[in-house]
Design a protein around this ligand. Structure first.
Ligand SMILES: [Mg+2]
Length: 181
């Protein structure tokens, strides 16, 4: 079997959502970035945990997964966010910019249909904070049909934790013969 994709979200995973009082985890530090299409004098503040870079690189260096950004940051994930964490440049899933007012316009994560087409039958472990029960059912059905699929879902206010990386590695270790990429 070819190595599965590791799909990585950013908002709610690497950038936690602020609590009601506006606070973010003490582990995270602030960076000002200028996303594509925004003027340089109007940066966006993001909070990142410097421990996330080494944590993800430990997984990436195993060669047992093919890491890919899957985020509304699109190519800015590679050019802006990845370097702040010391990640190697990763490609990204080309997501559209739908005019939606909820991330679950059909009861499931808006990215999923694009991801499903993009994966084209490849196995995947997908880290995102925003799955619904329909997404978990999709993953279970994919797995049942012979395409191992796992969803890892951090709490958006806490973001990625060491146990999520363990969950990914445990899932990989149980796959039928994955060869290093
Ligand atoms: Mg998210």
């Amino acid at each position: 079997m070819r190595p599965p994709y590791l799909l990585l979200d950013i908002d709610g995973v690497l950038i936690p959502f602020p609590d009601a009082d506006g606070s973010t985890p003490a582990t995270h530090s602030r960076h000002d970035v200028v996303p594509t299409g925004r003027s340089a004098d109007n940066p966006v503040a993001v909070w990142l945990d410097p421990a996330h870079g080494p944590m993800l690189m430990d997984v990436i260096r195993t060669g047992l997964v093919t890491p890919v950004w899957c985020t509304s940051w699109r190519q800015d994930a590679t050019t802006l966010i990845g370097p702040l964490l010391g990640l190697s440049p990763l490609s990204h899933v080309e997501l559209p910019r739908p005019r939606i007012t909820t991330s679950h316009p059909n009861g499931y994560l808006w990215k999923r249909d694009h991801v499903d087409a993009w994966l084209a039958g490849a196995p995947a472990v997908w880290i995102d904070d925003d799955f619904t029960s329909l997404d978990h059912a999709w993953a279970a059905e994919r797995t049942a049909k012979g395409t191992p699929t796992s969803l890892v879902q951090p709490d958006p206010h806490l973001g990625l934790q060491p146990e999520h990386v363990i969950e990914v590695m445990t899932w990989i270790s149980r796959l039928p013969t994955v060869r290093a990429a």
